[in-house]
Design a protein around this ligand. Sequence first.
Ligand SMILES: *Cc1c(COP(=O)(O)O)cnc(C)c1O
Length: 486
Amino acid sequence: MRACLAGDGGIGNPSSSTHYFGKLAADLIEQARSDIAALIGADPRELIFTSGATESDNLAILGIARGRGDHGRHLITSRIEHKAVLDPCKYLQKRGWQITWLEPQADGLIDPEALRRALRSDTQLVSIMHANNETGIVQDIAAIARLCREAGVLLHVDAAQSVGKLPLDVHALDIDLLSLSAHKMYGPKGIGALYVSARARPWLEPLTYGGGHERGLRPGTLATHQITGFAAAARLAANRLHRDAEQAASLVHEFKRNLADLAGVRFNDYREDHPERRLPGLVSVTFERVEGESLLAALPEIAVSSGAACDSASGEPSYVLRAQGVPVEWARSTLRVAFGRGNTTEQARLAATVIRRAVLQLRDRDADSVPAAVLAPDVVWAVGEAGSYREGMRVRCYLACDAHGRIAAVGFRAFTCPDLWRVLQAFERQWLGHRPEIADLGAPAQWALQFQVPIEKLGRLIRVEDAWRAAKEALESKHSRGDTRP
Ligand SMILES: *Cc1c(COP(=O)(O)O)cnc(C)c1O
């Protein structure tokens, strides 16, 4: 890549084949094309360079829709695809195409029988991913390809996650279109490819026009440095495929072993009967009764993401896990942990240790015990509750009053995000000095400003107010009855 950016390889336009510099660039690209094609068992002429798997997915789906639209307008995909597949399909749906969205089984697999039932005489394309980017579940592409072949329907496979990590042969599997991404296999960002079989080629229309590069399917000057880097990654991956997979499996084993005795842990990638149906190195793990955003915030020392590929502020749980039947409250409490080439056994252990510590701390915030602050002798206390795990916010407010019925202490137990936890802790501190003159808390909108809580979390602040009110009512009625029991 360096030679292409600074040396002779970077000067020429690979399309200018009359002079030395152009020829050099073209040679580098054709060598790279062969190396990348070899990784998936393709002929180099069947590979088209793109900017990444997002573009490849769009080109495959929209390009076939353009080329085959006159023959029928039905397409089959699944609910667990990457957005780069889901969104072009939704676009087509708005333009009058009929889309069948296959549901995965509880184990994350698409049932080939369900695909067989969904195939119609007007079906133009089936798009099913190889390995899922959140759970690492690997689909039975051989069975899916067989059904597509029998029905005479083209098959597109998004293999961004699996190329370079699992053996894959597009000819043996009889796939028509396959999306690849360099940066998912340790290559540079901004470069990918689409494999296009001879059978699919006549039916694929380009999405952009101007110059006829890449057999007219993806015009524009090729990025020699990116493509060279992509090929280097492909050669490395081919040489190390089995070694990488073995190492990743042993890291995952070590990680899981170190979490084995923790209660309320579910592995969403877990398929005991089909260990080969998993991407090496990827773990999707749910911690019951642990709030997802707080968990991520408590783990700054490890580079993991929420299983939900979502905007955490919106609190939308992962659609992949939801489609797999994982309840919404647990889908939010999921981590996606990926072990790769650079990781060590020590790091796998460390990851388990810091995750365990964070999980126990967060569960403690939500413990069933009464907070010590409200448990003074001769004090009457009551509890009010609001929210639920499903809502992503459950709070219990404990209030204690003095002999005059004035609030003397406040304590919280909560399953909630870091923003709300900050507010609850501030409320607790406010009463630590026993200041019964502060009779009220103010209003949620006021707290949002005071504690800089994002406005979309106002609903959660209102839940705090609900719990507070419920506790206050319970406390007042207890006090007026002279009841001193909990
Ligand atoms: C990352 C990814 C993509 C998008 O790839 P880019 O190269 O980043 O555009 C598409 N599909 C899957 C399954 C992915 O994991």
